[in-house]
Design a protein around this ligand. Structure first.
Ligand SMILES: *[C@@H]1O[C@H](CO)[C@@H](O)[C@H](O)[C@H]1NC(C)=O
Ligand SMILES: *[C@@H]1O[C@H](CO)[C@@H](O)[C@H](O)[C@H]1NC(C)=O
Length: 823
């Protein structure tokens, strides 16, 4: 039995050639323990040996013969059912019967041994066998999870620790977990910590700050190593997601944005779009845009979409008010971090302003004789657009006699281009047009009305060189004969035409005695009643003069033809009538039929029809004896004179003219039918008083002549004294008063009394003429000088001469009188 240890030792050396030295020492210790027991053997085998592998030669180690083993029916007895090691009785060896996993068998217990008995019968022997299972590095460290996820805020501070899973390695001692390594290690490091039981765990420590914006995910690998040989390891993936913190402000893509925009762009026009980016995530990266209150431009003209950064027009952009806008824009993220940018918006000019014309000075009226280049108006024209849009051209219509001159920029003068004539164009509407040079051009116009004031450059004119007028004789004084009218193309006073009668002589008498002209109406008025038998026509000149200064005038000749009226009865020249009896025509009783007794001779001072005379026998003693030649007034017998016929025959012949109504005269013709003169004398005794009558007549004629001569001398003296008195008055007047303009005024104050037609009456009438209001000169004419030959049939032949008188009166200033004197 004493060999046993050596055997054991020998077997131990044999079997456990690969076991370490410290195991060997244990093994020796176990063997020593076994010596005290009842045949005890110890073996040591590594785990995981293949089946059949030899554990030890038990027969030899127990010092038993193989036969004894067989005979004793040696077998293995284990307390638990599982048999990892079997006995090969034939060879007397112990072999691996089942694969042994130390970790399964003993877990972390160390050393790990199998205990069993080898039982022999006949004699019964009991041998205890211990087989120590030696660990081999058959397990790698293992993490319970494949991946570990962390979510770490980027704002975490360095030094922050994160617990990591521990790896497990069932192996023991050196074969178990020894160390951890974390890779990569730019942000994180490992800190190994020990539990109170001595087990180790690791923590991950943040070493440098994280930045989500640089790297959002970090993939780390934690490797656990054991100490076996060969070394084994296990890994776990660590996913670190960096959580965003609002650590980034928004950033504009440009510090300054520029945009050029035409003025008057409509609301909603996009101006520019600004963009700011925020590297943060989620709400931290959501940017809104607002105008900064620091902008000094009018921000109400623009709006910015807070989400898109699009700036659009929201008001009326007027280049003329503001050419440039600077907007300060802020981008703000939800965390309140901001960035600023400038937006400079330049407006470009659009031709949206028409020129504005202001009339600085304007003379609304110029005289027609203004020289060319006379300034009518001064204008100021402005266009507030700029560049070409603000350059203005100013024009007036070509067909007007005006033009525009420019004195200095923006200032223009409207001047006349020609001499004007009010009589052609009295008024101009001058339209001044200002056009700028924009595209399209804009224009403005203004119209000024220029009146051309009159200058007395036109004389009055009659539309004919001369006129002819007719008037019946025996007109009433003051009768209108004719109206002359002169036109004057001028205006106002310059066209106010007054008419005057030119002083000229008609039949040696001043024309004013016959005619007057109404200064205002141009009416030619008869100043007296005309007698055709005295004057058959007269020619006067009427002057038309305007009221200009100096006045212009022209004249026209008017021929006035006086027309005959049947105002004179025929006058019988033969046989001469006297009161009482006439000389008788003697017809011999033997006279033949057709004997020419006598011829009635009559004349009519009228003319034409009015002087065609016809003769008729009005009364006769014996109608059947005589006849009168109607045309020639010859009285002839129409039958033989008989003895029965009375000696004294009295015939009345009527002479009629052919006027309408006709006038007539009668004559008595005494015819004596006798062959001897004494018979005739006795018949006509009443002829004797004829001598006495004739003496008386002569006396009366001489007396009348003396009276007429006396009256004539008295008249001459009266006229001379009146003339002298007037001359003195005029001298006094002109001394006291200057020459007043003489505008004659003729009031139509005429009157006539008595009938027209026959001149059985003599008219007296007044014509008053005032030459001016201060000095009234009344002229009185009448009765007119007419020679009237009147023949009264009931009386003997009479001849009446109406006398003509002219009286002149002086009238007082305020008084216009007329007087009617009628005989
Ligand atoms: C000028 O204009 C006024 C007002 O429009 C008009 O009454 C007048 O007849 C015009 N004159 C001319 C000469 O056209
Ligand atoms: C009348 O007019 C003519 C020209 O038409 C002029 O020659 C003449 O002198 C004028 N006569 C008077 C008396 O004014």
């Amino acid at each position: 039995m004493w060999t046993f240890p050596s055997l054991v030792l020998k077997g131990c050396v044999l079997v456990m050639s690969g076991v370490c030295k410290w195991q060997m020492r244990l093994f020796i210790a176990f063997v020593c323990l076994a010596l005290g027991a009842h045949g005890q053997v110890r073996y040591s085998v590594p785990e995981e040996m293949t089946k059949g592998s030899l554990v030890g030669n038990i027969a030899q180690d127990l010092g038993l013969d193989v036969k004894r083993l067989k005979a004793g029916r040696a077998r293995i007895f284990t307390e638990d059912s599982r048999e990892y090691i079997g006995l090969n009785a034939d060879k007397g060896t112990l072999v691996i019967k089942d694969k042994i996993d130390r970790e399964e068998l003993c877990a972390q217990l160390s050393p790990c041994s199998l205990h069993f008995q080898i039982i022999l019968e006949n004699p019964m022997e009991l041998h205890r066998v211990d087989v120590e299972i030696v660990d081999i590095n058959d397990n790698a460290p293992v993490f319970s999870r494949k991946e570990i996820d962390f979510q770490i805020s980027e704002s975490s501070l360095p030094g922050t620790r994160y617990a990591l899973d521990s790896a497990k390695d069932p192996d023991v001692q050196l074969n178990t977990l020894q160390s951890y390594i974390l890779n990569p290690s730019d942000h994180f490091g490992l800190k190994t910590m020990s539990n109170r039981d001595g087990s180790k765990y690791v923590e991950m420590v943040l070493q440098t700050p994280l930045d989500r914006e640089i790297q959002e995910e970090h993939k780390l690998i934690l490797t656990a190593y054991d100490g076996g040989n060969p070394q084994k390891s296990g890994t776990v993936k660590i996913n670190v997601r960096v959580l965003d913190a609002n650590d980034n402000a928004p950033v504009f893509s440009q510090a300054t944005y520029r945009a050029v925009l035409p003025e008057n762009s409509v609301t909603g026009t996009e101006v520019v779009r600004v963009t700011a980016t925020d590297q943060d995530q989620g709400t931290n990266g959501e940017v809104t845009y607002v105008f900064s209150r620091s902008s000094d431009s009018d921000m109400s003209l623009f709006v910015v979409d807070p989400n898109t950064g699009e700036i659009t027009v929201s008001g009326h952009l007027d280049f003329e008010k503001s050419k440039e806008f600077q907007l300060n824009l802020e981008a703000i993220d939800k965390g309140g971090l901001t960035d600023m940018c400038k937006v400079i918006i330049e407006l470009s000019d659009v031709n949206d302003n028409a020129p504005v014309i202001s009339v600085i000075s304007f003379s609304s009226s110029i005289p027609e004789n203004s020289t060319p280049e006379t300034v009518i108006a001064m204008l100021n024209i402005k266009d507030i657009d700029s560049g070409k849009n603000g350059q203005v051209k100013c024009t007036v219509s070509r067909d007007l006699p005006f033009r525009i001159t420019s004195s200095s920029s923006n200032f223009y003068s409207l001047v006349t281009d020609q001499v004007l004539d009010r009589e052609k164009v009295p008024e101009y509407n001058i339209t001044i047009t200002a056009t700028d040079e924009g595209s399209p051009p804009l224009s403005t116009n203004t119209t000024i009305t220029l009146k051309i004031s009159d200058v007395n450059d036109n004389a009055p004119f009659f539309h004919r060189q001369s006129f002819t007028a007719h008037i019946m004789e025996n007109n009433s004084p003051g009768a209108a004969i004719f109206v002359v009218e002169a036109k004057d193309k001028d205006k106002g006073n310059n066209a106010r035409v007054s008419y005057f009668l030119d002083e000229s002589l008609v039949n040696g008498i001043s024309a004013t005695d016959y005619i007057s002209v109404n200064a205002e109406s141009g009416m030619i008025i008869a100043a007296r009643s005309f007698d055709y038998e005295q004057i058959k026509e007269l020619t006067i000149r009427v002057k038309a003069q305007d009221g200009g200064s100096p006045p212009l005038s022209s004249n026209v000749s008017v021929k006035i033809i006086i027309q005959d009226q049947n105002d004179n009865a025929p006058q019988i020249l033969y046989p001469v009538q006297s009161s009482g009896s006439l000389v008788a025509e003697i017809v011999p009783r033997s006279a033949d039929v057709g004997y020419l007794v006598t011829k009635v001779v009559a004349v009519d001072v009228d003319s034409g029809q009015n002087s065609w005379l016809s003769y008729k026998l009005q009364k006769s003693t014996d109608r059947a004896l005589f006849e009168v030649g109607a045309q020639n007034g010859e009285i002839r017998t129409i039958r033989q004179v008989t003895d029965k016929d009375a000696v004294k025959q009295k015939l009345t012949v009527i002479v009629e003219d052919n006027g309408q109504p006709s006038r007539s005269a009668t004559v008595n013709v005494n015819v004596a039918l006798t062959d001897s003169f004494p018979e005739v004398l006795s018949e006509f005794t009443d002829f004797t008083h004829d001598k006495e009558y004739n003496d008386n007549l002569t006396f009366y004629l001489v007396l009348a002549l003396a009276v007429v001569s006396f009256l004539f001398i008295v008249s001459i003296i009266a006229i001379l004294s009146v003339k002298c008195y007037r001359w003195r008055r005029e001298r006094m007047f002109y001394k006291s008063n200057g020459n007043l303009p003489v505008i004659p005024y003729y009031p139509p104050l005429y009157a006539d009394v008595g009938g027209t037609g026959t001149l059985q009456h003599v008219y007296n009438y007044d014509v008053y003429r005032t030459t001016d209001s201060r000095k009234s000169d009344l002229k009185y004419s009448g009765p007119c000088s007419e020679s009237i030959i009147s023949l009264d049939a009931r009386e003997t032949q009479t001849l009446t001469h109406a006398q003509r008188e002219v009286k002149n009166f002086e009238a007082t200033d305020d008084q216009v009188r007329h007087d009617i004197l009628a005989n």
